[in-house]
Design a protein around this ligand. Structure first.
Ligand code: TPP
Ligand code: SF4
Ligand code: MG
Length: 300
């Protein structure tokens, strides 16, 4: 794994994203994107369905990205990426084709076409950055919004559990599936690098936990802390699964033991989206966490 110093040097050298783009302060999608493009050494063609990334990339003189980006309608990102990947193969080129999509574009609107690309084992690295709602259009609930979170369409808090897309991709026996967290950039970097090299030629899927200060109603200075608490409470387990065989990643490994986890309340209390949450829902969320770990352990 690269050291923090090496990571910074690579990012300065690759310079995938200009400073001062249109992302909100504290946006973890923006950081994740920078880490991912740096891990690919900028040698990527990125396909982006409608989402915050379509906005933060800028336009015209204000375009702030140093990789080619193809913006598509929601459900067509995987087929567009499939076509690009097939043409690159024909031309003998090794550039990584990335679908960089939000949770709404993945868990809901683009799910069928993503699942189809996975079934065809297209040579695509599919990254779902997960800010747990339709943030670009004002924080509507998506299938990936967690239980208890207030959004503009669930003003009293979402009642049901989130769809776990990484697990669905494991069930589809995708060659490489991983979860990442913007607060653990070295782990994220290593996973993108591994997916792009070791599993090149296949469909790969990475889901990145990406706090969104306006949508989650958190202080911009807390977005990294929220990510750390998501890990340390066991709320967001980090793992890699190769052909369905799972290994927990180093930042999360010790939290396989529930006694080592921080209380969920620490995670909830610094996020306005969980303000005044019903204690009964908190109890269900605690059960959700252990339920999720118990299923993941079966893949080990
Ligand atoms: C078919 C269609 N429906 C709705 C929209 C409006 N729209 C644009 S971006 C967006 C939100 C996307 O949410 P997500 O994929 O989670 O990405 P985020 O905005 O959170 O980054 C929506 C609903 C659209 N562009 N096309
Ligand atoms: S709304 Fe959220 S995800 Fe979108 S740019 Fe702002 S902080 Fe980032
Ligand atoms: Mg989203």
């Amino acid at each position: 794994m690269v050291s923090t110093k090496e990571l910074v040097n690579i990012e300065l050298e690759v310079k995938a994203i200009e400073k001062g783009n249109l992302a909100c302060p504290g946006c973890q999608l923006n950081l994740s994107f920078k880490h991912a493009l740096s891990a690919l050494k900028g040698d990527a063609i990125v396909v982006v369905p409608a989402c915050c990334t379509s906005v933060i990339q800028g336009a015209g003189q204000g375009y702030g990205m140093h990789v080619p980006i193809f913006n598509t309608a929601f459900a067509s990102a995987p087929p567009v990426a499939s076509g690009i990947a097939r043409k690159l193969k024909r031309d003998g080129k090794k550039t990584t084709v990335v679908v960089w999509a939000g949770d709404g574009g993945t868990a809901d609107i683009g799910f069928g076409s993503m699942s189809g690309a996975a079934e065809r084992d297209e040579n695509i690295l599919y990254v779902m950055y997960d800010n747990q709602g339709y943030q670009n259009t004002g924080n509507q609930k998506s299938g990936a919004t967690p239980r208890g979170a207030k959004t503009s369409t669930t003003p009293h808090g979402k009642k049901s559990r989130r769809k776990d897309i990484a697990r669905m991709m494991m069930a589809q026996e995708v060659s490489y599936v991983a979860t990442a967290n913007a607060s653990y950039p070295q782990d994220l970097f290593a996973k993108i690098e591994r997916a792009a090299t070791e599993f090149a030629g296949h469909f790969r899927f990475i889901q990145i936990y990406s706090p969104c200060p306006p949508g989650w109603n958190i202080d911009t200075k807390d977005s990294v802390l929220v990510g750390e608490l998501a890990n340390n409470t066991g709320y967001w387990p980090l793992y890699e699964a190769v052909n369905g065989k799972l290994e927990f990643s180093r930042p999360s490994r010790r939290f396989n033991d529930p006694a080592k986890r921080k209380p969920l309340a620490d995670y909830l209390k610094i996020q306005g989206r969980f303000r005044n949450i019903d204690p009964e829902i908190v109890k269900q969320m605690e059960e959700d966490i252990e339920h999720e770990w118990s299923i993941l352990r079966k893949f080990m």
